[in-house]
Ligand binder design. Structure first.
Ligand code: UDP
Length: 240
C-alpha cells in the first residue's frame, strides 16, 4: 500500500463520487445453481461472486467429526476476474481467505446438528474489484442458509479503511491498492460477535474505532439485503 496517490476529490468526495461513509450498491440472489443444496450470487459494486453449497457425509470416514459438521470454504478467483490474469490454483492469499471465511461461517452454523457432515462452500469470484473476501462471506452465509443448514445467525460483513488520510467505508479498488489501511470485518448481527477482523496497513486507535463504528452502522442494511434475498426466493416458490 502506498500513500502518495490522490484518492479524494477537491469537493471532499471520493474518486468514484461516493461520500466517506457510502457503500457501493449490493444485490444478492439465491437459488442460482440448480444442482447445489444452496447457492447465492452477489454483486457488490463491480465484484461478481457466485457461491454453491453442498452438504454431505464427510469422506474419508477418519476425517469426520462424530459430534459436529466440518465447514470447508474454498475461495477461487477466475483467471480473468482481475486486470492482470490471476494464475490458476491456490496461493497464500486464496488459502488465507478460504480459512477466514470457513472459520467465520463455522461460528454461525449450529455444527452439532450435523454430526459427521461436511459443508462444502465453493466460492467463485467472476469479477474482483476490492472487498471480495467480505462479499464472498456475506454471500456464503446466504447460500448456507439456502441449503437449509441450521444457523444461529447470518454472518454479515463490510470493509472500511484509510484513503488520503480519511477513514472511508467499503474501499474501492484504488483505495484498497493505494490507501493506507484496509480493515475487513464480519459479525453475527444478533449478538454483535465479531467473527472476522483483519487489518492491513496503519491506523491509530481513534481511526480504528471510527472505521469499526462506520462498519457497524452499515451492517443492518446489508443484513436486510441478505434476508430479502432468502425471503424472495421462498415467496416466489410458495406462490407457484
Ligand atoms: N487482486 C488482484 N489480483 C490478485 C489478488 C487481488 O487484482 O491476485 C485485486 C482484486 O480486485 C481484489 C483486490 O485486489 O479484490 C484486493 O485484494 P485483497 O487481498 O485486499 O482482498 P479483498 O479486498 O478482495 O478481500
Amino acid at each position: 500500500m502506498e500513500g502518495n496517490i490522490k484518492l479524494m476529490r477537491e469537493d471532499g468526495l471520493r474518486l468514484d463520487g461516493r461520500s466517506l461513509n457510502e457503500m457501493r450498491p449490493i444485490k444478492i440472489q439465491t437459488g442460482v445453481v440448480d444442482r447445489a443444496d444452496g447457492s447465492a450470487f452477489i454483486e457488490w459494486g463491480a465484484n461478481k461472486i457466485i457461491v454453491a453449497v453442498y452438504v454431505r457425509e464427510a469422506y474419508p470416514k477418519h476425517a469426520q467429526n462424530i459430534d459436529r459438521a466440518i465447514v470447508k470454504a474454498r475461495y477461487n478467483m477466475s483467471g480473468y476476474s482481475v486486470e492482470e490474469r490471476k494464475r490458476p490454483g491456490p496461493d497464500r492469499r486464496t488459502m488465507e481467505i478460504s480459512k477466514v471465511v470457513s472459520e467465520a461461517l463455522s461460528s454461525a452454523i449450529v455444527l452439532e446438528k450435523l454430526p459427521r457432515a461436511e459443508i462444502d462452500v465453493f466460492i467463485q469470484v467472476l469479477e474482483a474489484d476490492a472487498g471480495t473476501r467480505i462479499a464472498s462471506l456475506t454471500a456464503s452465509s446466504v447460500a448456507v442458509a439456502d441449503a437449509g443448514v441450521p444457523m444461529r445467525d447470518l454472518v454479515v460483513g463490510c470493509t472500511a479503511g484509510k484513503a488520503d488520510g480519511k477513514i472511508v467505508l467499503d474501499l474501492s479498488k484504488d483505495e484498497d491498492n493505494f490507501g493506507q489501511a484496509d480493515i475487513p470485518m464480519a459479525i453475527l448481527p444478533r449478538t454483535g460477535k465479531v467473527v472476522l477482523l483483519q487489518l492491513d496497513g496503519d491506523v491509530t486507535e481513534e481511526e480504528f474505532n471510527e472505521a469499526t463504528s462506520m462498519m457497524m452502522d452499515a451492517m443492518p442494511r446489508i443484513s436486510e439485503l441478505q434476508r430479502n434475498a432468502l425471503m424472495s426466493k421462498y415467496s416466489i416458490e410458495d406462490g407457484e
